[in-house]
Design a protein around this ligand. Sequence first.
Ligand SMILES: [Zn+2]
Length: 298
Amino acid sequence: MKRRKFIQNTGLSLGMIALAYNKSFADILTQQKYQFKLLRNNVGIFTEQGGTIAWLSNSAGMVVVDSQFQNPAMNLIAELKKASEKPLQYLINTHHHGDHTGGNIAFKGFAEKIVGHVNCLENHQKTAAAQKSEDKQLFADTVFKDQWKAKVGAEQIQANYLGAAHTNGDIIVHFENANIAHMGDLVFNRRYPFIDKNAGANIQSWTEVLEKAIAKYDNDTLFIFGHSLDPEKVTGNKEDLKAMQNYLEKLLLFVKAEIKAGKTKEEILKAERIPGAEEYQGQGIERSLTAALQELTK
Ligand SMILES: [Zn+2]
């Protein structure tokens, strides 16, 4: 009875799943939950839980961009160590949020330098102090305001700060030879973004930051996104940057028109889609609407 009910509830039993994929139960239960994947020119991505991680592993060393949380970070480190015995020169944080820096601590004694924007460090320290979680953090020891560069073997890395956006400390990390740019949370691919007003986010400025990025990189640049509605689409091209920019512009236009029409906050927060940016979906549209209201009524 119980088993029958389970099958009814899930639709598929493990046995059926195993048959469909020609795998044993044991295989399925021990299957890796994460993805460690090469993109091109020694640069790849790692996904498990939290913001997408980028990694470089070449004959001179290794670099990691963002660290998710402690457990996924340990899985990533195990994969990197399997592939290379070279030192990890840089762990770079695109911004301070816990799903991008929570795994920093796993790099203690492994990463030679932790790099981030000055505001990323400040936000990270402030948030950790508020949560009394300083002992679980590893903070950036190498900070910059506008630009930071480094060379690891044949790969040239350039990180740029283009202005306030998702927070006031988001950077873009470009692997120049591979022509791969990690956008951090500057792009939520077709998914309602988090707009962290408490950490200096600015929607108008975010659209301008994306405009600069669209001008700065070329049509061959492969972009990595912090988050995506479709988990298979954490990488993309300039069209995805334009879609994100369009979403933010349409969000501001929509909320501005609603305020002008005399709508209350409660009425505005009921919206389920942003007109002109309907491809943006998922959970949390109210976070966008609240942030836009805050920005437009301050
Ligand atoms: Zn974030």
